[in-house]
Design a binder for this molecule. Structure first.
Ligand code: HEC
Length: 201
């Protein structure tokens, strides 16, 4: 028995033992657990990035904050991926870093978020099974402050020059508040779906 299966069995037992076991002893589904973790991971990504960004903006100013954005976002994504076992990243149609482009199979989901980035006053999220994996997307809406300093229509020329030196193919400018700036993306490993049917049959 693989360590994962042992862990799953333990989870079923522990959940039932604590009385949260509904519907005849089934464990909470992998999908529900994926969703719960995705919500937590995107909240952490957002707050950690916001902290790094606002301290960089106030300590070194926007020009030097470019370097912070360049290294901080991928580093946070990598650490959250390692912690969770999922793949945690950011994607955008009009991206600054082409490495953040939308994977073709998620195009339709992204377009859906684009048509309405907000729901009940919060960034909207969507989750689906795509191929063999679960995916979760959470909207990152454009805000006036501090985002328009680096993604708006009226970027300071000195800053604009540094951005285009670092990102010659930059497409992430000219955004209006409320538009979809990008999305957090959480993806499970494809084996997760197969494991679910094997572990709980
Ligand atoms: C100091 C300038 C700066 C500010 C302020 C800033 N960003 Fe960015 N942003 C960047 C840079 C640089 C990148 C490219 C990072 C990389 O290389 O992965 C980026 C990338 C992104 C991406 C990833 C997709 C892409 O375009 O490559 C999103 C989404 C994003 N920013 C959203 C925001 C939002 C929302 C705000 C406001 C809360 C914001 N940014 C504020 C500089 C900034």
């Amino acid at each position: 028995m693989s360590p994962n299966r042992i862990r799953n069995l333990f989870l079923v037992t522990a959940t039932c033992a604590f009385g949260a076991c509904s519907q005849g002893g089934t464990s909470p589904s992998k999908e529900a657990e994926f969703l719960r973790q995705s919500e937590e991971l995107t909240a952490r990504f957002q707050s950690e990035l916001q902290m790094e960004l606002s301290s960089a903006l106030s300590e070194v100013g926007p020009v030097d904050a470019i370097g912070v954005c360049q290294s901080a976002a991928p580093a946070i994504g990598a650490r959250l991926s390692e912690d969770s076992g999922f793949t945690v990243s950011r994607i955008a149609r009009r991206n600054r870093n082409a490495g953040n482009r939308i994977p073709p199979e998620l195009e339709a989901l992204y377009s859906d978020l684009e048509t309405s980035p907000m729901q009940d006053g919060s960034p909207r999220s969507i989750h689906r099974t795509v191929g063999e994996r679960f995916v979760y997307l959470r909207a990152i809406p454009m805000q006036e402050q501090p985002c328009s300093t680096c993604h708006g229509s009226n970027i300071d020329p000195a800053l604009s020059q540094v951005i285009s030196q670092t990102y010659p193919e930059d497409r992430a400018v000219g955004f209006e508040p409320g538009e979809l700036r990008g999305a957090f993306l959480i993806e499970s490993a494809s084996r997760d779906l197969t494991e679910q049917s094997q572990s709980f049959e």
